[in-house]
Design a binder for this molecule. Structure first.
Ligand SMILES: Nc1ncnc2c1ncn2[C@@H]1O[C@H](COP(=O)(O)OP(=O)(O)O)[C@@H](O)[C@H]1O
Ligand SMILES: [Mg+2]
Length: 207
């Protein structure tokens, strides 16, 4: 029996079916592909391209998109610093469960702070947290502004907007960095291919 956080007298119950058994069934390895970058950098687009491409190869994926999770599990959280951290912590914990289920879990959320990303990395077995930094400059994201959020932030109508009046801490230890070459941004499908090559080379597409 042990106490964990505010839970007292709890005991972990093992199942006879383990992660390895599920991976065998799925013929893949469960992992978390953590896509981070500014708003408008293309995280959701990349997540969808990646999911589609892996799906067509017979691989089971699930996307945890920041905005989508805020429709349900995290709808009680704001964009204040503390709630942003809690948003990321919960998504990290859910992603860990998906990875344990044998699924290739793709998260797409800004996750601006290094310490929050690193805390999620620590939840996973070594190698199973694959950070993808979508390194798209602020001016490109701002020019895209598909939801008009930068415009609102510049007008002071949204406070604490990442890149405008809240910091984005660029990752220094990402497994994969996707960035512009000159003035061109690789297509989402090409970016997805880069991630898939990494998964292939590191044995995640087989059991
Ligand atoms: N690789 C890319 N090249 C050019 N435009 C892109 C690319 N990826 C996404 N976009 C466009 O950028 C905008 C923001 O993409 P989105 O995936 O919603 O970003 P995020 O989820 O990071 O906020 C969309 O209008 C999308 O069509
Ligand atoms: Mg998005």
């Amino acid at each position: 029996m042990s106490n964990v956080g505010k839970s007292t007298n709890i005991l972990w119950h093992e199942s006879s079916i383990q992660k390895l058994d599920r991976q065998q069934l799925l013929q893949q390895k469960g992992c978390v592909i953590w896509v981070t970058g500014l708003s408008g950098s293309g995280k959701s687009t990349l997540a969808c391209a990646l999911s589609r491409s892996l799906h067509s190869r017979g691989k089971l994926t699930y996307i945890l998109d920041g905005d989508n999770v805020r429709h349900g599990l995290n709808k009680d959280l704001s964009f204040g610093a503390e709630d942003r951290s809690e948003n990321i912590r919960r998504i990290g914990e859910v992603a860990k469960l998906f990875a344990d289920a044998g699924i290739i879990c793709i998260t797409s959320l800004i996750s601006p702070y290094q310490k929050d990303r690193d805390a999620c990395r620590e939840l996973l077995p070594k190698g199973d947290f694959i950070e993808v930094f979508l390194n798209v400059p602020l001016h490109v994201c701002e020019a895209r502004d598909p939801k008009g959020l930068y415009k609102l932030a510049r007008a002071g109508k949204i406070k604490g907007f990442t890149g405008v009046d809240d910091p984005y801490e660029p990752p220094c230890n990402s497994e994969i960095v996707l960035q512009q070459k000159g003035s061109d941004c690789a297509s989402p499908v090409d970016m997805a291919e880069t991630v898939i090559s990494y998964l292939e080379e590191n044995g995640y597409l087989g059991a």
